[in-house]
Write a protein that binds this ligand. Sequence first.
Ligand code: NI
Length: 379
Amino acid sequence: MDESAIKAFIEETFTWLHSHPELSYEEHETTAQLKKILSKEQIRLLELPLATGAVAEIGDGSKPVIALRADIDALPIEEDMGLSYASRFKGKMHACGHDFHTAAVLGAALLLKEKASSLPGRVRIVFQPAEEAPGGAQKVLETGVLDEAQAIFAIHTSPLLPVGSLGLSPGPVMAAVDSFILRFQGKGCHAAHPDRGVDIIPLIAHFISMAQTIVSRNSNPFAANLLSITRVEAGNTWNVLPETAELDGTARSLTLEDRLLIKDRLYALARGAADAFGASVAIDWHQGPPPTINDAFWTEFVLDTAGKQGFILQEAPKSLGGEDFSYYQEKLPGVFASIGTGLSAPNHSPEFRADPAALLPAAKFLAAIAEGALRKLAT
Ligand code: NI
């Protein structure tokens, strides 16, 4: 396929993907469609134990190996955009632009396929399932398909950046995302006789205020950290002091040190508060993805490539949201770049839209990264 044929093909594929959104781990039609396209284009599909998602390979048997990663899942959101290629599946929508990532990475694969015989190594094209649910990146990593890879690259749609621009910085760009549940246990009693129980309500009121001092008092004021209590549940009527209270929340940080600091302080404050009030507390801490940290060496290379491709370069739009690309970056150096897909409502909104005009430039950019990275590693 020549460039104009690839442009038309990936735009068509993008609209197909957009109209067929599938939730995490349910991406069966998407996977079948991708495999059909890759086979038809004679791009080598790797045999892997993945129920959804796929990995293809371009280039010959020699080293080095690098990887491009797209995520393929959609969100449980009802689309509200009136697009001609709107979601056909009620309550499901590609509201994070994973349809764009998939079509752009597919375009890069088609471009690389044209020059496969001259590539000084192999490019692994990763179509990862379930970025929006826990475990998607780990499923790919567990297959060992990236064991030999020396670098990995991904783009993400940004509705804050116009088409033709790229947001990229070295270092942390997205947060470690942890969540927790606290179960405080007091002693219930008649609301008129608090002296006969251990009242849990003032305890959690104090605790919620105390928890906010972790970010304001314990962490470095120049660091971006966050702690939110997101659910509080206690009691069921007006004349009884409840026995228990349950709190949910989330902690976000950009470094592993801050991640540990927040966890340690939260445990200390919860236990200290429970102790002070004569109650007890059980804590469940769920560790989510680590921070997304862009490798300095490869970030410079990607910025240089983007400049040569005519992108307007901007600082990465930093977010305390999470991204499971960070699991790959724990194993090998990686770069996660925000690509301008035109100003729109935010990701995960029913009115999010990625402009298809950004697709071909994204595909060419990813192909140039893959080829350039192999050349850099081969010399
Ligand atoms: Ni996303």
